[in-house]
Write a protein that binds this ligand. Sequence first.
Ligand SMILES: Cc1cc2nc3c(=O)[nH]c(=O)nc-3n(C[C@H](O)[C@H](O)[C@H](O)COP(=O)(O)OP(=O)(O)OC[C@H]3O[C@@H](n4cnc5c(N)ncnc54)[C@H](O)[C@@H]3O)c2cc1C
Length: 275
Amino acid sequence: MHIVVCIKQVPDTKIIKINPKTNTLDRRSAPAILNPYDAHAVQEAVRIRNKVGGTISVLSMGPPQAVAIIKKSIEIGADRGYLISDRAFAGADTLATSYALSKALEKIKLETPIDMVVCGKHAIDGDTGQVGPGIARRLDIPPVTNVIEVIEVNDREKKVVVKRKQMDGYQVIEAGLPCLLTVEKEVNEIEYAPMPNMIRAARYEPVIWSVNDLHDVDKTQLGLKGSPTIVGKMFAPPKPEGGKRLEGNTDEQVKELVSLLSEKKSLFNFSLKNL
Ligand SMILES: Cc1cc2nc3c(=O)[nH]c(=O)nc-3n(C[C@H](O)[C@H](O)[C@H](O)COP(=O)(O)OP(=O)(O)OC[C@H]3O[C@@H](n4cnc5c(N)ncnc54)[C@H](O)[C@@H]3O)c2cc1C
């Protein structure tokens, strides 16, 4: 089984600052990390490989510094890493990103056929969740989104059974392989990296491809040129007004919350109905 996990380098949004003049992210104010959902995607691939055997590749599109997240994935347990890095990819929106990644996947597929592509649910900076389904559409494989548990992977019968998160519960579905999964954080716990993986990661050098290394690429579909998205306006959401901070221990806070909700009777009825 060959699993390819798409991984993105993102700024740590717990730390990052917004430039108040431009309302854009000040990327220098935070370290670049492996998108947390993608770390879970790599961990899940490791879990699957350890059960059914096979190889895990990771793939990223980004600047040369993105080698760091490939090394991080090797620490978690990936076997191979690919980075596509070229000025031609810069300024890509989700359409152009999924196009470039699908072209890289087609090239990887020529070396080793791919059974499963795994992506994170979304990237914590762009936050659209569009790249995974975009890749699936371009490769003409089923997208299975919001996966919270991989129940069964059957390499012989070429099928996977997963649990998907829904607004009001979950859904268990079966998909044929090859397919593309996007995973939620609940899918697993990230494990401590074993020492041999850390040593291997430190020495590991990923395969780096420029645009000219990929096959049959329509360059007008790449980067800023291939991105029909126009950013209309950027603004910081207004700070919420009013509200009350609950004090004390949990019991006291719950009592105070219930009393506050009781005062606003309609809200209380609504909450009870929806419990
Ligand atoms: C006009 C415009 C210009 C932009 N210019 C830039 C720019 O110059 N630099 C920049 O970083 N962003 C740029 N962006 C943001 C860019 O759209 C997103 O970074 C990118 O398309 C991924 O979208 P997302 O972050 O919403 O990912 P999501 O769709 O939320 O990500 C879902 C999953 O897809 C996979 N994935 C996403 N991106 C990558 C990747 N690069 N490599 C591998 N796997 C990936 C991961 O598994 C991830 O968990 C621009 C956006 C617009 C609209």
